[in-house]
Design a protein around this ligand. Structure first.
Ligand code: SAH
Ligand code: SF4
Ligand code: F3S
Length: 489
């Protein structure tokens, strides 16, 4: 309380996030923690007291983006020396020396396991004017920090940071022990560690009490989850009956760990959605071996058949890397064959980006030229887009259940007197766009699908009120209140 009666403004936090869902969740926790210390969010760096970047190192492009943003802040820091600038997350963990060199105006460098220390780090940076560094020293140490961070983060969730009030991520694992040769994640996120099922169940209950209807369980290899004798299938059964939760999804799966008990759980537990993200990375055995993925393409194809046999109508998506070291036209053609046949709902396709600190970078030459990577990326994308369109067209004429997320990105561009374009997702994670009242956000609706592109299904609401013309503009819609989350792709 201000003693003089003068109002002391709340300190302002600007936070930009790149990277995967883990980072999105970490950012939610950082905001939750700083709000408890009196901070409010701001949308620009101009009026921010604290400017944070939650970073990603998975590809060079993600790092370049952050260094450019930091470069732009050099003048800002000269003008406002009291502003605190922090680099958080995976790039902080990986590159403290480089950050110091390329961005000496940074005040805080904080790894993923130390985010709970941020309020103290801000204070110390202010009090001392010296660079504050909080990082894991090695993978053994980070195991303990991870255990602690599971506990310390529990009460810090911040609903305003979520894509919407009805969907939330829940971390069930952290780190990765797979060490695919191209991947930096095991070095920056530390060892694989599964969270206690009791803690997870409690967090799911808390989220349900806050009105969350759909939870997505997160892990780099989520289906490798094991805590004591509890596997992912057991965990799904345990949280399934949480009142208020309507849908349970989980990402990302490792092909080798896609066991029958898990697929049976997906089939038998009605709230668990028939959607599986299982990255293949390549369709060529020589490349898979070089990547140390620990399976062959034959194994992967069998796994796809098993998924489809056990879980009828399951939607499967994948990730691929093109232009990995040693990838010939012949090996790339095998990847094209896999994507052409596998009927993935969608695939995320990446050009190989060599990561210093990985086995791949040490062992192999980055011998596929950039133009070839680009061409292969486009070619594979074209094959996947055709497959996605085919998959999507199957839904035309069908009625699907959609959890309404809110106005679609283009909603405000529509005629002010027209109905609002809403977006939502099916249980198979297909995006559906339809006209409706923004008040429907958070509701589960039946939609009749009447059109489809490679990316989107279009349809009409079956049940519930249709929006009256002109009514939509009177609705209070909570969009634009969150900060943007420019995820890397
Ligand atoms: N844990 C997840 C994915 C983590 S990273 C899994 O195992 O599937 C997300 C995706 O980024 C990966 O699936 C991979 O396709 C891609 N990726 C990882 N390292 C990369 C690199 N060095 N260059 C290009 N893409 C990469
Ligand atoms: Fe990276 Fe492989 Fe671990 Fe996924 S499983 S995070 S690709 S090392
Ligand atoms: Fe995620 Fe990028 Fe880190 S993909 S784990 S934020 S390196």
């Amino acid at each position: 309380m201000p003693i003089s009666g003068k109002i002391i403004p709340m300190p302002k936090l600007y936070l930009e996030t790149v990277g995967c869902q883990m980072n999105v969740l970490d950012s939610e926790l950082v905001v939750g923690s700083l709000r408890r210390h009196g901070y409010e969010l701001t949308e620009t760096t101009d009026d921010a007291d604290v400017i944070f970047f939650n970073t990603c190192s998975v590809r060079q492009h993600a790092e370049d983006k952050i260094y450019s943003a930091l470069g732009r802040l050099r003048n800002h820091k000269n003008k406002f020396p009291d502003a605190i600038i922090g680099v958080l997350g995976c790039m902080a963990q990986k590159d403290q020396d480089l950050i110091k060199k390329r961005a000496p105006h940074v005040d805080i460098i904080c790894g993923t396991g130390q985010l709970a220390q941020l309020p103290t780090l801000i204070k110390d940076a202010r009090d001392t004017g010296a660079l504050q560094i909080a990082l894991s020293l090695d993978r053994t140490e980070s195991r303990h920090e991870v255990e602690r961070s599971f506990e310390s983060y529990d009460p810090m969730r911040d609903p305003s940071m979520r894509p919407n009030r009805f969907q939330a991520y829940v971390r069930i694992m952290i780190g990765c022990d797979k060490f695919c040769t191209y991947c930096i994640v095991p070095s920056v996120r530390g060892p694989e560690q599964s969270r206690h099922p009791e803690q997870i169940a409690a967090e799911v209950r808390q989220l349900a009490d806050e009105g969350v209807k759909e939870i997505t369980l997160l892990g780099q290899t989520v289906n490798s989850y094991h805590h004591g004798s509890s596997r992912l299938s057991d965990l799904l059964a345990r949280i399934h009956d949480t009142a208020g939760i309507e849908r349970i999804k989980f990402i990302t799966n490792f092909p080798k760990d896609m066991t029958d008990d898990l697929l049976q759980a997906v089939r038998d537990l009605p709230k668990v959605c028939p959607y599986l993200h299982v990255p293949a990375q390549s369709g060529c055995n020589e490349i898979l071996k070089r990547m140390k993925r620990m399976y062959t393409v034959e194994f992967y194809r069998d796994m796809l058949s098993r998924c489809r046999e056990i879980v009828p109508d399951v939607a499967i998506s994948s990730d691929f890397i093109v232009g990995f070291c040693g990838e010939t036209e012949e090996s790339f053609a095998k990847t094209c064959d896999l994507v052409g046949e596998a009927k993935f709902k969608n695939s995320f396709i990446f050009k190989y980006s060599p990561r210093p600190g990985t086995r791949g970078h040490e062992l192999y030459d980055d011998d596929v030229p950039e133009e070839v990577k680009k061409r292969r990326n486009n070619d594979l994308l074209a094959i996947q887009n055709a497959a996605s369109l085919q998959d999507h067209r199957r839904y035309i004429g069908q009625r699907v259940e959609v959890l309404v997320e809110g106005p679609s990105k283009n909603a405000w561009k529509l005629d002010a007197n027209g109905p609002l374009q809403l977006t939502g997702r099916t249980r198979t994670d297909h995006i559906v766009v339809f006209d409706g009242n923004p008040r429907l956000a958070g509701q589960t609706m039946e939609i009749d699908i009447d059109d489809a592109t490679s990316f989107t299904l279009y349809g009409k609401v079956v049940t519930g009120e249709q929006i009256a013309v002109g009514e939509c503009c009177e609705m209070p819609v909570e969009i634009g209140e969150r900060i943007a989350l420019p995820l890397i792709g």
